[in-house]
Write a protein that binds this ligand. Sequence first.
Ligand code: FES
Length: 281
Amino acid sequence: MLNNKLSMKIVDKKIIGQFKDARIVQLKIEALDIAQKAKPGQFVVLMVNDRGERFPLTIVDKNKGTIDLIVQEIGLTTKLLGKLKAGDSLYALAGPLGQATEIKNYGKVILVGGGVGIAEIFPIAKALKKAGNYLLVIIGARTKGLLILEKELKEVSDELYISTDDGSYGKKSLTTEILDEVLAKQTYDFVYSVGPLAMMRKVAEKTKKEGINTKVSLNALMVDGTGMCGSCRVSLAGKTKFTCIDGPEFNAHEIDWPELEARNKMYVISEKHICKLKGYE
Ligand code: FES
């Protein structure tokens, strides 16, 4: 599962989103073993340097021997990753990890992606389209500069709706407000969502009322990525699950959202502190 050191080279890097000093970076990485085995919905865990934290990133795309990862520079490690250039190598890379998305013909499907979660929507959208589904895709970002993969998603969706919080592009609204509008017009068979926790929680609340099968992909804190450390645990219908081995996708209607939101805030203060210490404010 651990990718060998010879094949962790960044072969391409581009900035695909930017607003002020917030950047979203796409990296193409040589990883033959992972590229051969990866399925939509799976992720890798990587380390930028020998003392850095391990963190998960969805495999957004794969090609002959390479995988594409998309990262928003929001903490120390993601900022260090964003500083690497084409030709540099990662320190460690393990994958593919997690359960692959169940791809089948559900019928009429809605995908809701917010922020950098749009990157995770893309491989799922491609696979669901190939399986014959009708795809209505809703994507949203804080502002136009941070909206990613619009062109790519347009190519695979039957309908694409765009929102920004500040109204700089698409509709000035939340993705969940667009979801309300489309659900009021028609019934759908399956909803899949990735993005900020608050957004996914709202999606879950709305689709639960409508009785629509809904999955979300969680971006949990991870250390080992193998179900040993417990850092990625989540409660589902009263049972403990691990995002790294049981997920990252779960039934949105069974998740204990208040507990998950509290766990996700655990490291916010220490992350800000370490960024300040290292001069990455
Ligand atoms: Fe350690 Fe999932 S990352 S149990």
